[in-house]
Design a protein around this ligand. Structure first.
Ligand code: ADE
Length: 263
């Protein structure tokens, strides 16, 4: 996969040289380039922003440097219409499902906005060359897109074939099946008076798998009940339905329904 990132703070993206993503680049699994937006300005001050039309606080990123930067990237790549991700708190919510979609792409381009954002005409114009996706990490505001890009590139990059050593570990993690991950433990079996759940020491793989799945249900109901509304509860074994019943959920038409007055 080819990834291009455009930013006025290219050094902000330095962590992408480390750890799994850095190794993937070294191994040739990921071809990643960071471009300095100021390299696409033509004035002495290398200006990338100006005051907003209509007034208001802050500055807006000028259209032309962005167009020149994105044109040069679109011209270099081999993908017909690469995906252009514009990190913004006003974007679509980035999820594990989207990370999987993006991991199938030949080329991704990330446009890191700063200040109050990029002149909206760039987003419009860019649709001629890119499949544009404004994307938010969550409902909070960062100072710019760089931190969001670090997160998204890591989430996508680790799904590329060969990046994570044991692909099994991608299957059993939070969000891979719409649920949060079960808790994990390692040696010693007793630590500061706290014991590992005995089932994990039983050697009974069927029981362990069931316990882990039920812990996923409990944890998701406790921390992220919103995820359960999308959970496919048709064909749940009776033991699973019993756990959900304990948690205050009934299965109605293959969906989990919170019981009125449930605890
Ligand atoms: N830029 C500023 N805030 C952001 C957010 N929440 N997600 C993505 N990009 C952003």
């Amino acid at each position: 996969m080819r990834i291009d990132v455009v930013s006025i703070f290219p050094e902000y993206l330095a962590p992408l040289e480390l750890s799994l993503i850095g190794k993937a680049r070294q191994d040739g699994l990921l071809d990643l380039a960071v471009h300095d937006l100021r390299g696409f300005t033509s004035d002495r001050h290398r200006t990338v922003d100006d005051t907003p039309y209509g007034g208001g606080a802050g500055m807006v990123m000028k259209a032309e440097p962005w167009a020149l930067a994105l044109e040069s990237i679109a011209g270099e790549g081999t993908a017909a219409k690469p995906v252009l991700i514009v990190p913004s708190p006003a974007g679509e919510r980035f999820t594990q499902a989207i990370a999987h979609q993006l991991a199938e792409e030949e080329q991704l381009v990330f446009a890191c906005g700063r200040y109050e954002g990029i002149d909206e005409r760039v987003i419009d114009w860019a649709r001629e060359h890119f499949r544009v996706r404004p994307m938010s990490l969550g409902d909070y505001v960062l100072n710019g897109g760089e931190v969001a890009v670090l997160a998204m590139v890591e989430a996508v990059g680790r799904l590329l074939p060969g990046v994570v050593g044991n692909p099994e570990s991608l299957v059993e993690e939070s969000h891979s099946d719409g649920l949060l991950e079960y808790p994990v433990y390692t040696k010693p079996s007793e630590w500061r008076g706290r014991e590992v759940p005995p089932v994990l020491l039983s050697g009974n793989h069927g029981k362990i798998a069931q316990w882990r799945r039920h812990e996923q249900f409990r944890r998701t109901a406790d921390r992220r009940p919103d995820l359960l509304s999308d959970f496919d509860a048709s064909n749940l074994p009776r033991a699973d339905r019993e756990v959900f019943a304990e948690l205050g959920y009934d299965v109605v038409d293959g969906r989990l329904m919170r019981r009125e007055g449930g605890t």
